[in-house]
Design a protein around this ligand. Structure first.
Ligand code: ADQ
Length: 496
């Protein structure tokens, strides 16, 4: 948190998961708390702590729901260590309901649909009912948190409730209604971390109206980029018949005005610079590294990326034995069939390409299926000649930004970004590459590998400057400001 981040009276964050993972130690049998190192947690947790706020979320499957959440080690420097167990409100959902809600509706329906992949989308009434039920539960627990937050505080304190992501699209409206019934004051904000799809995709969802109505419970709705704001406003107008103001990004519903804002997320830039400075040199190769870092997810364009690299080796054989592709894929949603199929496809493709080109001294692809630590990641980011960030669709993509932050070597490497990642909206100096066009992607990769030093330096300087300014603290601050000004400017928002 930077010094000038506005600290609200009380911040209640609501997200699917709590900002740490609970694991049982097999030796002691005790529950232990493991920090989550993501940028979101780093930026948001200190504000929750400072505002004496609360975090509402799912703690993982616990055998005994009455078992207390352990405290973190007080010497631990991670951002959630100040988040004491009484500042955490755990949402308990049975394993069966959680499966239908999370693996089913969230990850087999909303995820592909919102990434504009309807052919991968599973439409299921059972999953939707579980999702609805889970959102009601999150809303109930948030109201409990609101009671706690207002206890012993002056009557004029208005906590900010900040709901996150596609898991909780319905919760805000219920929170608002229940808070009004209980005469509890609060402001409600929502941030969507994935794209909001265009109307002709969104309307495929049988319960599209209910999703929009749920979101309308918020005072402020944030998306990464303006395109998603426009898509959302378009859906509100066409499906709910709301009055909208596209210029000022306002939607009127049920006598209230909801503000829609483009608030692009950033990364903890300074932390990545420090990690890059401290990381040991990547020793495994004296070749140029072309780096990919992603969750193993079909939206990330991994198969297309490998094929583009294969095409590069055919078209430009001078890169053989001179370039290695390092693809680090963290396992993700392994209970969902689409993800199991992708794992299989990747394993086969890596084997095929390596089989085709490997020599005594060199294998073209190093494929790590696993999670690497941030320290290690920073070394890979720093020592790579090219980062290939080529999703088929991505809300923002933090890897592009982390790579740029870690580019402390002189001369620096080159960032290649897909136009279908939110990151491409602001990272203008990256090379743009359409992942669907395999031939063209190979050309762009060749251009990146052969780019003159002064051009690389110029592009990277601009990219780094922008990401340093617009880091994750800046994002946090922007959201808080958008929330804070909500009530002061209520009158301005009245649409004529
Ligand atoms: P994700 O889809 O998870 O996030 P991304 O933004 O790239 O995508 O963030 C991934 C994070 O995981 C990065 O911080 C990265 O360092 C880390 N990571 C990835 N692979 C890893 C590996 N093998 N080992 C260790 N760490 C790894 C969603 C949206 C995005 C949006 C973010 C934030 O889909 O579009 O940018 O939320 O809003």
């Amino acid at each position: 948190m930077s010094a000038d981040t506005p600290v609200p009276d009380s911040l209640i964050v609501v997200s699917n998961r709590l900002p740490f993972v609970l694991k049982r130690n097999p030796e002691t049998g005790k529950l232990e708390r493991k920090a989550s190192a993501g940028g979101l947690v780093t930026a948001v947790a200190p504000v929750v702590v400072k505002s004496k706020g609360l975090w509402v979320g799912w703690p993982g499957h616990l055998d005994d729901v009455n078992e207390p959440i352990p405290e973190s080690d007080p010497n631990d420097k991670n951002p959630t260590s100040g988040l004491l167990s009484e500042k955490v409100v755990s949402v308990y959902i049975t394993p069966k309901d959680f499966d239908l809600y999370y693996n089913g509706c969230c990850n087999a329906t909303l995820w592909p649909l919102f990434h504009s992949m309807p052919e991968r989308t599973l439409f299921s009434g059972d999953n939707w009912r579980a999702y609805t039920h889970a959102n009601e539960k999150f809303a109930d627990y948030t109201i409990k948190a609101l009671h706690l937050a207002q206890k012993d505080k002056p009557a004029n304190v208005k906590p900010i409730i900040w709901v996150h992501d596609y898991h909780l699209l319905l919760a805000s409206n219920w929170i608002r209604q229940a808070a009004e019934d209980a005469d509890l004051k609060c402001k409600l904000g929502f941030f969507l971390h994935i794209p909001f799809p265009p109307w002709d995709i969104f309307r495929l969802f049988p319960w599209a109206d209910e999703v929009l109505q749920g979101m309308m419970g918020n005072d402020v709705i944030g998306f990464h980029i303006e395109d998603y704001c426009i898509n959302f406003i378009d859906c509100c107008q066409r499906l709910l018949r709301c009055r909208v103001d596209r210029k000022n990004l306002l939607v009127e519903h049920g006598g209230r005005t909801v503000r829609v804002r483009a608030l692009p997320i950033g990364v903890p830039y300074d932390r990545f610079v420090q990690l890059a400075e401290a990381a040991p040199k990547v020793m495994f190769t004296n070749q140029k590294i072309v780096l990919g870092v992603d969750r193993l997810d079909y939206t990330k364009g991994l198969v297309h990326r490998l094929k583009a690299f294969q095409r590069l080796l055919v078209k430009y054989p001078e890169h053989k034995e001179a370039v290695t592709m390092l693809q680090i894929s963290v396992p993700s949603r392994t209970d969902v069939k689409e993800y199991q199929d992708l794992k299989e496809e990747m394993d086969q493709l890596v084997g095929r390409i390596n089989g085709e080109f490997t020599t005594y001294n060199w294998s073209p692809i190093r494929y790590i299926y696993g999670c690497v630590s941030q320290d290690e990641l920073a070394g890979f980011y720093r020592d790579s000649a090219v980062a290939l960030v080529t999703p088929l669709r991505d809300g923002m993509n933090l890897v592009a930004k982390e790579f740029v932050a870690c580019q402390i070597n002189k001369p620096p490497g080159v960032l290649v970004v897909s136009p279908f990642a939110g990151a491409a909206e602001t990272m203008h100096e990256a090379l743009i590459c359409n992942p669907y066009e395999i031939d063209e992607a190979a050309e762009v990769l060749h251009r990146a590998l052969t780019m003159p030093e002064d051009e690389r330096t110029l592009r990277m300087n601009y990219l780094r400057r922008r990401e340093k300014t617009n880091d994750v603290n800046h994002w946090m601050r922007s959201f808080m400001q958008a929330m804070g000004s909500q009530f002061e400017k209520e009158e301005d928002d009245e649409m004529k």
